[in-house]
Design a protein around this ligand. Structure first.
Ligand SMILES: NC(=O)c1ccc[n+]([C@@H]2O[C@H](COP(=O)([O-])OP(=O)(O)OC[C@H]3O[C@@H](n4cnc5c(N)ncnc54)[C@H](O)[C@@H]3O)[C@@H](O)[C@H]2O)c1
Ligand SMILES: *[C@@H]1O[C@H](CO)[C@@H](O)[C@H](O)[C@H]1NC(C)=O
Ligand SMILES: *[C@@H]1O[C@H](CO)[C@@H](O)[C@H](O)[C@H]1NC(C)=O
Length: 433
């Protein structure tokens, strides 16, 4: 790794340079000894340089790990930035570690928390699943509101430990994940890396932290898989996922149960239903439909067997943000300490949707009106490789316990998205994706 000086488990490495100097200083009278001493320092410096240089990174060239090499953290200036970003500025404010902060939902949640005076520190590996320049633009936005995003991986335990040493986070908003349903056939290991290994690494550090933070994290409506009973309610079965993505989110819910049960971590899972809006994700249909309609390119519109409608419960980002903040605010404290459970802790799961599924054809109608262009529709059979025919959330539980109440319909939300899209991609910027 590129930051040996920050790994708490190997502090001895750097003491070597100092201690012989301090203990033997007075005895080194001859110039030969001085020469030896300075050669030692020089050799030490070369070694330090060698270990810090990226070319010496021992990791294999596995694309799912590429992101682990981008980090470059540590040092007192860095710690100062971390502390300042995480500093609580309002009475009763909380300090939140937001993973996936350069992502779509992470950016919006971070801004909202910062705005009300909470301490916020972001963590993101800026991977290139979709155009990283959009993630960097979101980071610039966050920097302007005073949120620092540490560039690093959630599976980097040393980094996570360091962050908890520097800041006693009261909450973690865990949004970092490998998203996307069909990409799982191309790069399955990236799902295991972020959604399984990364989640476990994060929970391991959280359970050992003193105090333990309360954790709110993003699951997905995809856990309902092939269910046909609608609307989807939290108590419905979630054991027939239709994609590896869904399977890793379901696994995440089970892993959350385990850490709650064994270590007393307070855990809240949020099952998001197709989130959309400004600064959104270029791999999602509403986003690339917009891009392709503007380009005059045909767009694939999926149809289920017997011309069945494919529909989604589209949820506007501002509504999701309110749900996330309400989940943080109602989260009870974790009960463990010193890595041991002291009593039962809160374990929750909520649907965050909009309760009104819209056929994809209607999504395209709205986009055509907003963009003042006709779409070239290419009707295709829904492939059986991840996407489900429809999603529809029962949100009465979130309504009751989080006062969650979505207020933005698809027409209104898409209007805001299109306005952002046209502004963002005008002025020489190429459409992403
Ligand atoms: N947008 C939706 O419709 C939707 C629906 C259901 C669930 N979700 C979930 O909500 C969360 C946020 O989704 P989003 O739409 O903002 O996605 P996003 O891809 O825009 O954001 C995820 C961010 O996490 C980062 N990341 C990924 N792996 C990482 C790792 N190993 N270490 C550090 N950072 C890493 C990515 O760089 C990205 O910026 C995800 O967990 C996603 O699975 C989203
Ligand atoms: C995650 O990190 C652990 C060590 O902390 C490592 O053993 C494991 O290989 C990593 N997993 C992935 C998938 O990168
Ligand atoms: C919605 O979920 C609640 C539980 O939160 C349940 O009582 C109710 O019956 C569900 N409604 C429908 C229509 O499934």
């Amino acid at each position: 790794m590129s930051h040996l000086d920050d790994i708490p488990s190997t502090p001895g490495k750097f003491k070597m340079e100092k201690s012989p100097y301090i203990h033997n200083r007075l005895r080194w009278q001859s110039s030969i000894a001085k020469l030896t001493f300075w050669s030692f320092i020089f050799l030490g410096l070369i070694l330090v340089f060698f270990f810090r240089s990226p070319s010496s990174n021992p990791l294999p060239q596995d694309p799912s790990r590429r992101s682990l090499r981008t980090d470059n953290w540590g040092g007192s200036a860095w710690e100062k930035r971390v502390r300042s970003s995480a500093r609580v500025r309002s009475r009763n404010g909380i300090s939140v570690l937001v993973t996936g902060a350069a992502g779509f939902v992470g950016t919006h949640v971070s801004v909202a928390l910062k705005r009300r005076g909470d301490g916020v520190l972001g963590l993101d590996n800026f991977n290139d699943y979709y155009d990283p320049s959009l993630k960097r633009a979101r980071r610039a936005l966050l920097e302007r509101s005073g949120v620092f995003i540490v560039e690093g991986d959630i599976n980097d335990s040393a980094l996570l430990k360091k962050l908890f040493e520097v800041v006693a986070f009261t909450h973690v908003m865990h949004l970092a994940a490998q998203a996307g349903v069909r990409y799982a056939m191309e790069n399955p290991s990236s799902y295991v890396h972020s959604n399984i290994a990364g989640l476990v690494s994060l929970l391991e550090v959280c359970k050992s932290a003193n105090p333990q933070p309360a954790i709110v994290w993003a699951s997905s409506s995809s856990v309902y898989g092939l269910n046909t009973k609608v609307p989807f309610s939290e108590r419905d079965r979630t054991d027939q996922p239709a994609s590896l993505y869904a399977a890793t989110k379901k696994a995440g819910e089970e892993i959350a149960h385990t850490y709650n049960h064994i270590y007393g971590l307070s855990l809240t899972g949020l099952r998001f239903f197709t989130v959309y809006g400004p600064w959104g994700r270029p791999d999602m249909a509403y986003f690339f439909f917009t891009r392709d309609i503007l380009k005059g390119k045909s767009i694939p519109i999926f149809e289920a067997a017997n011309h069945g409608t494919v529909a989604r419960d589209f949820t506007y980002i501002d509504d999701i943000v309110k749900g996330c903040l309400a989940a943080l605010d109602t989260a009870e404290k974790s009960t463990g300490s010193g890595g041991k459970k002291k009593g039962p802790a809160q374990l929750r799961v909520y649907n965050l949707g909009n309760t009104s599924p819209v056929p994809v054809t209607q999504l395209v109608d709205i986009l055509e009106r907003l963009l003042k262009r006709k779409a070239k529709r290419n009707i295709m059979k829904l492939p059986q490789n991840g996407d489900v025919q429809f999603t529809h959330a029962n949100i009465s539980l979130a309504q009751r316990e989080l006062s969650y109440k979505p207020t933005t319909d698809l027409q209104t939300g898409l209007k805001k998205f299109v306005r952002w899209y046209l502004g963002y991609y005008s002025g020489g910027k190429k459409a992403a994706g």
